[in-house]
Design a binder for this molecule. Structure first.
Ligand code: FES
Length: 171
C-alpha cells in the first residue's frame, strides 16, 4: 500500500496515531478489498464510518493514499453526503424518521419541535456538543410512525411536547 512504502510525515503519522489501530486495520482491509474498482470510494468511506462511527481526517488521508486519489476528492465526497459524519460521536443521538409513513403521521412536527428546542438543524450537534440531531430515512419502526429514537432506544407515539420533555432529560 502506498502509505506503507512512503515515508510518513510526522503530522500524518499523528493523524494515524489518533485512530484506534483495530479500526484502522478494518479500514485497511476495506481499502485492499475495493482498490481499483469504480465504486471503491463509496464502499471504503462506508467501511470507515462503520469502523469509527464517523470519518476522521486520518481515515480520509488513509483512504486517499490507499486508493491513490487526492484527499480533496475524499473530503468532497464525505462532506457532500449527509449520511457521512466528519465529527465524532456526541453523547446523545436523537433520530427522527422523515420517510413517507412517518411524514404522513406528523414527523415534520416532531422535527420542527426538536430543531427549535435543540437550536440546531438536523444533521448537526447542539452548541454544547452533547446531542447530535438527525433525520433518517427509516428507523425500522414504521408501525409506530412517526418514529423517533433517542440513543438507539425507540420512542413510541411521542407528541411534540413529549419529545421536547424527553430531550430535556438528556444529561
Ligand atoms: S418509515 Fe419511518 S420508521 Fe420506517
Amino acid at each position: 500500500m502506498p502509505y506503507d512504502k512512503d515515508e510518513i510525515r510526522p503530522e500524518l503519522q499523528a493523524l494515524y496515531d489518533a485512530l484506534d489501530p483495530k479500526k484502522l486495520k478494518e479500514l485497511d482491509h476495506a481499502i485492499a478489498q475495493w482498490r481499483g474498482q469504480p465504486t471503491a470510494l463509496l464502499h471504503v468511506v462506508h467501511a470507515a464510518q462503520e469502523a469509527f462511527t464517523w470519518v476522521p481526517e486520518g481515515a480520509m488521508e488513509r483512504i486517499a493514499r490507499g486508493l491513490d486519489i487526492p484527499k480533496a476528492e475524499v473530503y468532497g465526497f464525505v462532506t457532500f453526503y449527509d449520511h457521512f459524519y466528519t465529527d465524532g460521536p456526541a453523547r446523545h443521538a436523537v433520530r427522527i424518521c422523515q420517510s413517507i409513513s412517518c411524514y404522513l403521521r406528523g414527523s415534520n412536527d416532531l422535527i420542527a419541535a426538536a430543531s427549535k428546542h435543540l437550536g440546531v438543524q438536523p444533521g448537526a450537534r447542539t452548541k454544547d456538543e452533547r446531542i447530535r440531531f438527525e433525520c433518517v430515512s427509516c428507523l425500522g419502526q414504521c408501525d409506530n410512525a412517526p418514529s423517533v429514537s433517542i440513543d438507539d432506544i425507540p420512542q413510541q407515539g411521542l407528541s411534540a411536547a413529549q419529545l421536547t420533555a424527553a430531550l430535556d432529560k438528556l444529561k
